[in-house]
Design a protein around this ligand. Structure first.
Ligand code: BGC
Length: 391
């Protein structure tokens, strides 16, 4: 849908602020008292820009479509590159941060944009854990700790893609015994499905040939006003969590599970993300903002409610459901505006948020947290859905 706005206010700045929702390129032509702003709607990246054959395995871009929404996924890190959904006026809006070519994914500093992270999403303290009496040492890549699998996590692996239909894609990855220090050959399968009801469903499956630990999640950075369109602090967030896991200064959970009541972590009622972000709170200081695991309230449904977020400008509402016990809410505190994301934008500070459905960080070292062990003969299965609507 090509939109062209014709106005005769003669005030270019006002028109541009009002019309550019950030995920789109806009061009302006000015006559004496008439301004024409042409908005190029959000479009999927060019598949050719995702073909790289220099490594052992080729990279590619896969497209999912349902008539209202479109998604693009690359087999490099099984990453969600684009997700285009209509806003409240029907305007196609790309709600995830990503690059428009494979080179940037391969060579920019790793931000985990859209990636499947593993073998263990989030942190393991000091890169050590014990399983069945045996001590394991992992690669550390985040100060003293291991983050998102280590130096080369699942996000940096080349997965094997198999497109099942217009709406569904399967990706396979073998994480070998000893990779980044984790025991066991782990076979992982991730299925992305874009349903007719504008839900992106992510199904995970894994098996191992030795006892191991596993915490696998999707690390998409969302901006519901359109990627690259400024702060997410005015988005309104609701989290289905009465408790969270406080952390130390290196973002490792202390082991306590604390109520959110009376703290800036209470999102049980819809609240602007930034409303309390500058409160004088030790946990916000440790996280440089929100970067915490929330303990999801138990649900009778197989996919319980995790979060509802509304874009303040677009009216796009994202509902996240999962069978996982926690969700890491990360408010983009380490985004620096130095990476060139799609549509000529930059990944500005706090211009996206992540809702990483998962087990709690550092669970292998916290016996009171739900177990993340996977044994040979078992099949790990988990699902998360991201549903888009407007209000
Ligand atoms: C972590 C953040 C980290 C971000 C990007 C989040 O899951 O909790 O601390 O900066 O991922 O790596």
């Amino acid at each position: 849908m090509n939109r062209s706005l014709l106005a005769s206010f003669g005030v270019v700045a006002v028109l541009l602020t009002g019309c550019d929702n950030g995920n789109q390129a806009s061009t302006t032509t000015t006559t004496t008292d008439t301004v024409v702003v042409k908005i190029v709607p959000a479009a999927l990246p060019d598949s050719a820009a995702f073909r790289d054959t220099t490594g052992a395995q080729a990279t590619a871009l896969y497209i999912l479509k349902n008539g209202h929404a479109q998604a693009a996924v690359t087999n490099y890190g099984a990453r969600l590159v684009s997700l285009i959904v209509p806003d409240k006026t029907g305007n196609p809006t790309d709600v995830v941060v990503g690059y428009d070519n494979i080179n940037n994914y391969l060579h920019q500093p790793d931000t985990y944009f859209g990636a499947i992270v593993g073998r263990y999403g989030n942190r393991i303290a000091k890169g050590h854990f014990k399983l069945n009496g045996k001590q394991y040492t992992l690669a550390t890549n985040d100060g003293p700790n291991t983050l998102h699998g280590g130096k080369k996590g699942f996000d940096a692996g080349i997965w094997t893609g198999k497109q099942l239909s217009d709406k569904s894609l399967q990706l396979f990855y073998l994480s070998t015994d000893g990779e980044e220090g984790y025991p066991g050959n782990l076979q992982v399968k991730v299925t992305y499905t874009l349903t007719d009801s504008n839900t992106l469903r992510v199904d995970y499956e894994a098996t191992t040939d030795k006892a191991t630990v596993l915490n696998i999640t999707n690390h998409s950075y969302f901006n519901l006003n359109g990627q690259g369109s400024g702060t997410i602090n005015d988005h309104v967030l609701q989290l289905n969590a009465d408790a969270y896991t406080p952390v130390d200064s290196t973002l490792i959970p202390t082991g306590k599970i604390e109520p959110v009541a009376g703290t800036p972590f209470d999102f049980r009622q819809p609240t602007a993300i930034g409303a309390r972000i500058n409160d004088n709170n030790q946990q916000l200081k440790f996280g440089h903002g929100y970067d915490h695991n929330f303990v999801l309230n138990k649900s009778k449904d197989s996919l319980g409610l995790a979060a509802i977020v509304q874009g303040d400008k677009s009216g796009i509402v994202l509902t996240v459901r999962t069978d996982q016990p926690g969700v890491q809410f990360y408010g983009g505190n380490f985004m620096k505006g130095t990476n060139p994301i799609k549509a000529g934008k930059k990944d500005d500070y706090r211009s996206a948020f992540c809702l990483e459905t998962q087990h709690y960080p550092d669970s292998p070292n916290e016996p009171s947290f739900p177990s993340t062990e996977l044994k040979p003969g078992e099949t790990f299965r988990s699902s998360t859905t991201f549903t888009f609507a407007t209000k």
